[in-house]
Each structure stands twice: as C-alpha cells, then as structure tokens.
Write a protein that binds this ligand. Sequence first.
Ligand code: R5P
Length: 271
Amino acid sequence: MKIIPCPSSPLLARRVAEASRLEVGNAVFRRFPDGELYVRVQEKEGVVVGSINSNDDLIALIFALDVLDKAKAVVPYMGYARQDKAFQEGEAVSIKILAEILESKAEEVITVNIHSREAASHFKNLINLDAMSLIGEHFAEKDVVMISPDKGSLERVKTAAKYAACEWDYMEKKRIDATTVEITPKSIDVEGKDVVIVDDIISTGGTVAEAAKILYSLGAKSVSAACVHAVLADNAAIKLFNVGIKDIIATDTIECAFSRISVAELIAGSI
Ligand code: R5P
C-alpha cells in the first residue's frame, strides 16, 4: 500500500509516509479550464490522505478513493461535521451524507478530533484519533493555564492539561448564530498568568476572540490559542491578533502558517 497525498494535505501525507515507512504513490490532480477537477491515481491500493476544508478537497478525495481497488481514507480534518443533525426541519445532515460516501469507497476511514460524537455516530466504523495529548506536550515545558472556551471542550482541555502538567478551567458559551457567540465570564484565576485557550476548531475565531477579551479583563498576562484544526475562515487570524491573542498554535490537519504540531505519527500508528 502506498500513501496518496491529496492537494489539501501534501506535507502531512509525506510525513505520514515517512512515519509509516510507506512509499508515496503516483497521483495527479489537475483542473480543467472550466474549473472541474481531474484526478488520476496510478496505483491499485492506497491510503489516501486529504483533509476536507473545501468542496474541491471533498471532490478530490472522493475521486482518488474511487480509482483504487482497495483504499483507506485518512481525513485529518473532517469538514462538514458541524452539521451533524437537522437543527431545522428539511436540513441536509452533511456529515451523514459524507459518511455514506466515504465508507462506500474506503474500507477504513481515519480522522482526527471529529467535531462531535454525534458526527462520529454517522460512520459505521470510524477511527477518531485524539491530538489533544500532542497539544499538551507542546506546552509541557511552559508555565501556562489552559482554558476551554466552552463546556463542550472540557474533556479536550483536561487531556491537553494532563500532558502539559498544568492547571485548567472552562468558560460557558452560548452560540447565537454561525458567527456570533456569547461567553459568560466565570470566576477563574488567571490574573498575571499566561493563558492558552484550547479548542478543537478555530473557524471564524469568534469563540476564541470572545474568550480572550474576558480573560484579559480578568487580568491574564497573555492569551494564546491552541487548536487541532485551524480553519481560520474569514480573516480569523487578524480578528484574533486584534483582540490581543499572542500566538496561534495548531496541528497540520489543515496545513497553514500556524501548523506547529504534526499529527503524522498519530496517523501512522493507526494505518
Ligand atoms: C464548537 O463546538 C467548537 O468546539 C469550536 O468552539 C467552534 O467550532 C469554533 O468556531 P468559531 O471559531 O467560529 O467560533
């Protein structure tokens, strides 16, 4: 079996190949003049590595999987997972549809920190890896306090804090709409401390920005943000720096300038 890198995860795929001592296979991804995607994979078996952070990413991944006789899908960032149920009547449950497609084309689907248990439940047999220990290890030598911006990320921050051997706490969040969140201040002891907000995804940055404002108002010395998936939509990084976020640390599930932690070994251990 060879590793087939999709255009969304070229570096991570190489790192996975290195860590798993597998060769990188022959694959071509091009675009026709009208914008449609062209995919050619000259292998019979393969582990296709590609995050889904856009519709093009999704198409490239499905096409590559379809060509192979025997395929595993490694989807480091599983986009479309936040629509994990019909919140209103008539809504498409995006991740359910994705799960059906991926599982019809791959004998195994591997991902990292899928958004929710509900999202994972739409797969028959998903391997959902947890990168929170890696985030924790990154801060192991640093004197920080880790904060979850909502109760939903409580277990994640606990794991990260265990590996960082640091204190942790959480805040209460209410989502108003896709881009607005309201965070209720809690009395947490962050005065004079270097705080790291830990979350699975930073998308619009609204959650982290609101949490950072509160943490600074409570006397935090500095506030950084750490996440697994740096979606950073809609100039989110600028939004975060504008509220005083000192640093953004992410994994390479979405390859970007903030990818400072690699999930390659974690993935290699599961294929
Ligand atoms: C929510 O449940 C997640 O853990 C993240 O807090 C959320 O996806 C972040 O989104 P945004 O950056 O748009 O506030």
